[in-house]
Design a protein around this ligand. Structure first.
Ligand code: GDP
Length: 302
């Protein structure tokens, strides 16, 4: 139950429609669908998806395929679920069979990158996976220390930059080499998330990716983008840029226990065609959960 406790606002918005649907009759269709579109918009589904969903419902109602309020509601839930899963529902990490698998975690500062990485290390450890952490955020002074705390908490080994001005790419390269030599299952790489500096973050991420691939061809296996759920639709342009430059394989949506609006999850998946792999639902070690699209839909339309 705790998983999607944070969508109270979204639930509230969409509950308005519930009441209307309860007393729906054919003559009411336009008014109900207008209200529904409005509710989707304020829940951050974005104009394109909100329109698409409502338009499909209208078509099915007029074709006589949906005959009651509850059938409309079920069709609504189905279409959201379909949007979330149509581009593949691969919420499992795709780690291949070459060891070590390499996971790079990227995203802007403050989004919950380091925390998510720590929680992910914990999950993997609990599954018996031998994890090596790589402190690839060489820019933010406290980042390595923060990751060292997580290494200790999860009993993981960690590779950190020795000395100032060590490039992130070389830390990752060193970590992946160590991972290979010492039989680790997974190397979990933190990266920088600063926004404005001389040396572009995107260039650095590309260099990190190349450095990893130089040690293990076809690595990194996963590049996970961490997005702050409370930023709503504002996360879209950011996600687009990361995806264009480094190629994102999965999303981690954080802070869904807070004031996140559920719709942005649907728009970001639909727009980028990238699955959500995990959701952050709190600050504790256990608060990173595999994304369950059905549970999510049930939660926002409960
Ligand atoms: P980074 O700069 O991207 O590495 O962000 P951090 O991992 O340092 O996280 C920024 C803040 O967000 C910290 O205070 C975290 O505890 C908090 N945080 C991260 N994930 C979650 C989450 O899922 N829920 C909540 N409530 N807070 C989170």
């Amino acid at each position: 139950e705790k998983v999607f406790s944070g969508f109270s606002k979204t639930r509230e918005n969409l509950a308005v429609v519930d009441e209307l649907l309860l007393y729906w009759n054919l003559a009411d269709t336009d008014r109900v669908l207008d209200e529904l579109e409005e509710a989707l918009l304020v829940s951050d589904f974005g104009p394109r998806i909100s329109f698409k969903i409502v338009d499909c419902l209208r078509e099915d109602i007029l074709a006589g395929k949906l005959k009651s309020g509850s059938e409309i509601k079920e069709a609504l839930k189905r279409s959201v679920l379909q949007l979330l899963t149509s581009k593949g529902n691969k919420s499992d990490l795709q780690l291949g069979f070459r060891k070590p698998a390499v996971i790079m975690v990227v995203g802007v500062n403050g989004g919950g990158k380091t925390t998510s990485l720590g929680k992910l290390a914990c999950r993997l450890k609990n599954e018996g996976v031998k994890v090596l952490l790589a402190a690839g955020d060489t820019f933010r002074a406290a980042a390595s220390e923060q990751l060292e705390v997580w290494a200790e908490r999860t009993g993981s080994e960690i590779v950190v930059a020795e000395g100032d001005k060590v490039k992130a790419a070389s830390v990752l390269s060193q970590a992946v080499r160590k991972g290979k030599e010492q039989g680790y299952d997974v190397v979990l790489c933190d990266t920088s998330g600063r926004l404005h500096t001389n040396y572009s973050l995107m260039e650095e991420l590309v260099a990190c990716k190349k450095a990893v691939a130089k040690v293990i061809p076809r690595a990194p296996n996963e590049i996970l983008l961490v997005l702050d759920g409370t930023t709503g639709l504002n996360m879209l342009p950011q996600a687009r840029e990361f995806n264009e430059v480094v190629g994102i394989t999965g999303l981690i949506l954080t802070k869904l226990d807070g004031s996140a609006r559920g719709g942005c999850v649907v728009s970001v998946v639909d727009e980028l065609g990238i699955p959500v792999k995990f959701v952050g639902v709190g600050e504790g070690v256990d608060d990173l959960q595999p994304f369950d699209a059905e549970a999510f839909v049930d939660a926002i339309f409960s």
